[in-house]
Design a protein around this ligand. Structure first.
Ligand code: FAD
Length: 360
């Protein structure tokens, strides 16, 4: 059998298959195997997230939530952690429920995964057409978001248009000149002001939720608790309003967004404070940087719960090529592990059926 793409999903699938009797696994990779793993989690590899409830966990996938129920039912967080332990990758959970390898090194994790792979051959080659693999009895397409859509289309699969998700956003040039490099801490997460837009964990999540929305669009983020602000204003009538606001948000940002910055609090009305309840941004595009995951890919209706093509039963998909994407926190790699496991199980069934003696 053949696997196209030696990314996290392709290699995990091969690892699940390699103990199958009489199996030959050829993995075709156009670049360096598991190169993508190296950059994950800032070089530490956030390999999954705590989870004991499949439905709750699947809510972290703006695309693929329902499809993942049956995938996770077969192979979920614990099964992946147990498997990693088996191949010598010890893990730990951080306070924020994200899992990392104990080595805190994506490089080490990559080495461990590759050295556990002892029965598969990695061939450096870009597959441009499935016709090149005609002799194989089963094929896994695990090419991620770049490189495999044409292969899936070749056999008639629909590709849901790819869009960037988990990325920074560019703001309208008409927006105020926000202070670059400043971090705004909000109840919902941090926002980092960049040269021409906004980024950071909260913005990644918003970009993901809005990945299918047409530009331009507005986003509204709760900024200040106005009753707390009003209370401070009332208690400090001689203080300048801007400085009171700067007790809650960075001063450089307060300078940009507060009208009447220099007015004494005695002259500030409830209406003035209410204007600071939310901050509204006009988004014109993604910022072209830091795209962590792609929304879109192989339409899930055309794939069964073994990650097998409903069009051609010899073909399986796993990982990011599927129209599945999750938030930051280890969810995207968990999709790789679980879908790769299901594809491997599907292949075992597919190959054993092919080997069954024909009835006379
Ligand atoms: C900067 C960054 C940080 C991230 N951090 C995290 C994190 O901490 N946790 C998390 O859960 N997710 C993270 N992700 C997302 C995660 O890395 C991806 O979801 C994951 O790599 C997808 O794995 P995959 O195997 O499906 O595809 P890929 O990783 O894209 O691998 C596909 C492989 O296929 C090869 N290929 C493609 N086309 C062909 C072809 N035609 N022929 C041969 N080979 C081909 C490619 O060269 C590649 O090696 C991060 C992503 C980025 C960009």
């Amino acid at each position: 059998m053949a696997i196209i793409g030696a990314g996290p999903s392709g290699i995990y699938c091969a690892l699940q298959l390699q103990k199958t009797k009489n199996i030959r696994i050829d993995i075709f990779e156009k670049d360096i195997p598991l190169k993508t793993l190296l950059v994950t989690g800032g070089g530490r590899c956030n390999l999954t997230h705590f989870g004991n409830d499949i439905k709750e966990f699947a809510r972290n996938y703006p695309r693929g939530e329902k499809f993942l129920y049956s995938i996770f039912a077969k192979h979920f967080v614990d099964e992946s952690l147990i498997f990693f332990k088996k191949i010598g990758i010890e893990t730990y959970m951080q306070e924020d429920f994200r899992y990392f390898p104990k080595s805190n090194s994506a490089k080490n994790m990559r080495e461990k995964m590759l050295s556990a792979l002892n029965c598969a051959k990695i061939i450096k080659k870009e597959i441009k057409s499935l016709k090149e693999l005609e002799g194989y009895d089963a094929i896994v397409i695990s090419t991620g978001s770049k490189g495999g859509y044409k292969l899936a289309q070749e056999i008639g699969h629909k590709i849901i248009e790819p869009r960037a998700a988990l990325c920074g956003l560019k703001l309208s040039p008409k927006s105020p000149k926000y202070p670059q490099g400043v971090v705004l801490k909000t109840k919902e997460g941090d926002i980092l002001f960049t040269k021409d837009g906004i980024s950071g964990p909260l913005i990644y999540k918003i970009s993901s939720l809005n990945a299918r929305k047409e530009f331009p669009y507005e986003i509204k983020i709760p900024l200040l608790n106005t009753s707390e602000l009003l209370c401070e204003v009332k208690n400090n009538p001689k203080k300048c309003f801007g400085n009171v606001v700067a007790q809650f948000i960075p001063k450089s940002l307060a300078h940009v967004i507060v009208e009447n910055y220099d007015k004494d609090c005695a002259n500030i009305s409830k209406k003035d404070t209410e204007k600071l309840e939310n901050i509204i941004f006009e988004v014109i595009s993604t910022d072209g940087k830091g795209e962590i995951v792609t929304c879109g890919g192989v339409e899930l209706k055309e794939v069964n719960n073994k990650c097998q093509s409903k069009i051609n039963p010899k073909i399986f998909f796993c990982g990011e090529i599927l129209d599945i994407d999750g938030f930051c926190g280890g969810y995207n790699l968990q999709n790789c592990w679980s879908s790769a496991y299901c594809a491997a199980e599907g292949i075992k069934t597919c190959l054993s059926l092919q080997k069954e003696p024909q009835q006379a």
